[in-house]
Design a protein around this ligand. Structure first.
Ligand code: HEM
Length: 506
């Protein structure tokens, strides 16, 4: 007889807790004053679930309300962490106490199926070895020339004809998709000298590879966002849902990469192919074919969506700032007309000319300050530690630096931090780099991005080539920021629809 009242009581308690945890509106003042709003037993989970779709905006708001732009969180499953937008803390974790903050076991296990032991997913000696070889290779003149050659080819024979054709036929294009295809072709060439022709060509060689790569990336990234952290492992064990699709896409990626690597290993005896990144690693007989595959996949991941993400947000920002476009065009004209000779619009730029584009460099950097391609990055704390701002970090905690929030902190960039203002990067017209701890968009310290220079070459070249030839109209609601899609990189939900006109024909 007493069973029913007890069950009713339990039911009412459960419903009340549900309403309290999940439906109670957040008070801004409450959140701002105390970092993340935390509940007994479930920690920040209810707030996390409620804000998962707008994680960057939510975490930025919380961090801007914290005294040192750093907040602690906990979640069920004994997950503790610190998230920071404080440059001193960023310097501490990425440089001063680097050894204490590896990627760690959680990151490694989440990405292992896709990335294996490639540089992006490696720690300790395994990382050091790859870093040493790769940094040497990234700095060679032969790689730089190879990059210039490939970017020029991709722009002149694929990107520009595709956009000019769209202009002539009034066709609407998704610029984000175009830029992603460009970056994929480019990084495959640089990594293993294979042209998947995803842009412009018929795409049959690489289309399937690119789609599989995209799916493997986004499902792997989703593993970070499960409310119950180990759930993906159960799905994987049962071979169901997204985990089933992940296994299929990874096997396609591996098949494609394996073929390239085995033919390269066969070729090695006869040909001296030393232009791409793979050649440097193939030269070391200790590297197994599986390890070579892991390295290549990591490099493609690192170089693929980053530049396209940066340029997509850059073109969106420019669409409402004609005066900044004019400044870029003026700079390009000056560069084309220097040394008493005139270069026509459409003629290829060389490396030195790209280096002289200070204003464009500033405009792209400023866009990445507001929309960093890698918006958040998480490390693992190996041993108890205290951050420079006094925050305690326990062994086994996660430590995340939030580049997106950092770009929007008044304490870091001043009152005008929300404004898109390339001039803040210039001193007498010359680009003035910022501390990488204040602007950790390319990471900082011993693991700083290896492709930074290559990325700027590519981004400046693409931006200059498009802007001087075409006038773009973004077909999105004016004054409204497009929705963000946070995968491993920051994408624009639904893409960037644009229509174009030839600039010369005006
Ligand atoms: C706008 C473009 C780019 C941005 C914003 C960017 C940003 C980053 C960031 C934040 C990391 C650190 C990731 C981590 O350790 O968790 C990284 C690492 C890396 N990036 Fe980039 N990247 C860009 C383009 C490129 C390109 C074009 C390449 C060329 C292949 C590249 C190659 C790498 C490599 C190899 C690493 C791993 C370094 C290591 O772990 O030692 N990146 N990048």
């Amino acid at each position: 007889m007493e069973l029913f009242p007890s069950l009713s009581l339990l039911f009412i308690t459960f419903i009340s807790l549900y309403v309290y945890f999940f439906l109670k509106p957040t008070s801004k003042a409450e959140t701002k004053a105390s970092g993340f709003k935390s509940y007994p037993l479930v920690g920040v989970l209810p707030e996390f679930l409620r804000n998962r779709h707008q994680f960057l905006q939510w975490s930025t708001e919380v961090l801007s309300g914290c005294a040192t732009q750093t907040a602690v969180f906990n979640r069920p499953g004994k997950i503790h962490g610190v998230i920071t937008a404080n440059p001193l803390n960023v310097e501490h974790m990425l440089k001063t106490n680097f050894e204490n903050y590896p990627k760690g076991p959680r990151f490694n296990s989440i990405l292992e199926d896709f990335l294996g032991q490639g540089i992006f997913n490696a720690d300790g000696e395994l990382w050091r070895g790859q870093r040493k070889t790769a940094s040497y290779e990234f700095n060679t003149r032969s790689l730089r020339n190879f990059v210039m050659e490939n970017v020029t080819m991709e722009i002149q024979t694929r990107l520009v004809p595709l956009l000019e054709k769209a202009a002539a036929t009034d066709k609407v294009l998704d610029l984000q998709d175009v830029l992603e295809r460009f970056a994929f072709d480019n990084i495959c060439k640089v990594a293993f000298n294979v042209d998947p022709s995803c842009l412009g060509g018929d795409g049959t060689t690489g289309g399937e590879f690119m789609t599989a790569f995209e799916e493997a990336t986004s499902i792997s990234a989703d593993r970070f966002r499960y409310a119950l952290p180990g759930l993906w492992k159960i799905k994987k064990l049962l071979g169901i849902g997204s985990e089933k699709r992940l296994a299929q896409s990874i096997s396609k990626v591996h098949e494609f990469a394996d073929k390239i690597i085995s033919s390269r290993l066969e070729e090695q005896a006869t040909k001296n192919n030393d232009e791409d990144l793979l050649s440097r690693f193939v030269g070391n007989s200790e590297n197994s074919p599986e390890f070579l595959r892991d390295i290549v996949i990591s490099v493609i991941l690192a170089g693929r969506d980053t530049t396209s993400s940066a340029l997509t947000w850059f073109f969106w920002l420019l669409s409402s700032r004609p005066e900044i476009q004019e400044n870029i065009l003026k700079e390009l004209k000056t560069i084309r007309q220097q040394y008493g000779k005139t270069k026509n619009i459409g003629e290829a730029y060389n490396f030195d000319e790209l280096r002289q584009m200070h204003y464009l460099h500033a405009a792209i950097s400023e866009s990445m300050r507001l929309f960093p391609p890698v918006s958040i990055d998480t490390k693992y704390c190996s041993d108890d530690d205290t951050m420079p701002d006094g925050s305690y970090v326990g062994k086994g905690w996660y430590v995340t630096y939030n580049s997106y929030a950092m770009g929007r902190m008044i304490s870091v960039w001043g009152q005008d931090c929300f404004e898109y203002k390339p001039e803040r990067w210039l001193e007498n017209g010359i680009f003035k780099p910022e501390s990488p701890f204040k602007f950790p968009v390319f990471n900082a310290g011993p693991r700083i991005c290896l492709g930074k220079d290559m990325a700027y070459i590519q981004m400046k070249y693409i931006a200059a080539s498009i802007l001087e030839r075409l006038k773009m109209d973004v077909l999105l609601e004016r004054g409204k920021c497009p929705e963000m899609l946070l995968s491993l990189t920051l994408r624009m939900k639904g893409g960037l629809p644009v229509s174009m006109k030839q600039r010369l024909s005006e």
